[in-house]
Design a protein around this ligand. Structure first.
Ligand code: FEO
Length: 170
């Protein structure tokens, strides 16, 4: 059984994962209308992953005697200016998500809720991967800058990343 405090904290995380899905969906659209298919595919796939992160929490809350709350969401930006800016936004967003997961893990220890603590370990590992992936892409983008040919090749590279699946080594 979840305590009220844990239930509220998990519901807050459900909202964050749902908003993450929306942010990456907006990034996918921005990339797609500019003809960058690889980046768009990557962002569409990432948006789906975030929805999966959200659903996993929803099921857990309901199974543990709580009630998952599906709330309204903040609208994501529609313009990202440049790929560098977009991937910086993505990286910073993931750092924020990691912080939120850490805070959540901390609350489970305070509340001595070891079942939720155990459940959240999956998210702790996932965030290490997500941050590493975002940092890796950002490093590439920083090398390319605004070079059109470089961006074209980068787009193809990212397409391979999607084809290889989320667990492929970077
Ligand atoms: Fe579900 Fe990208 O954090």
């Amino acid at each position: 059984m979840l305590s009220k405090k844990i239930e509220e904290a998990l519901n807050k995380q459900i909202r964050i994962e749902a908003e993450s899905s929306q942010v990456y969906l907006a990034m996918a659209c921005w990339a797609e209308v500019q003809g960058f298919e690889g980046v768009a595919q990557f962002m569409f796939a990432h948006s789906d992953e975030e929805r999966m992160h959200m659903l996993k929490l929803v099921k857990f809350v309901n199974e543990r005697g709580g009630h998952a709350q599906i709330s309204d969401l903040a609208a994501p930006p529609t313009e990202f200016g440049s790929f560098k800016n977009m991937f910086e936004t993505l990286f910073n967003h993931e750092v924020m998500v990691s912080q939120s997961i850490n805070d959540l893990v901390h609350i489970t220890l305070e509340e001595r809720d070891y079942a939720t603590h155990n459940f959240l370990q999956w998210y702790v590992s996932e965030q290490i991967e997500e941050e590493a992936l975002a940092r890796n892409i950002l490093d590439k983008i920083n090398l390319i800058g605004d070079d059109k040919g470089g961006l074209y090749l980068f787009d193809n590279d990212v397409k391979q990343l999607v084809a290889a699946g989320p667990d492929a080594p970077q």
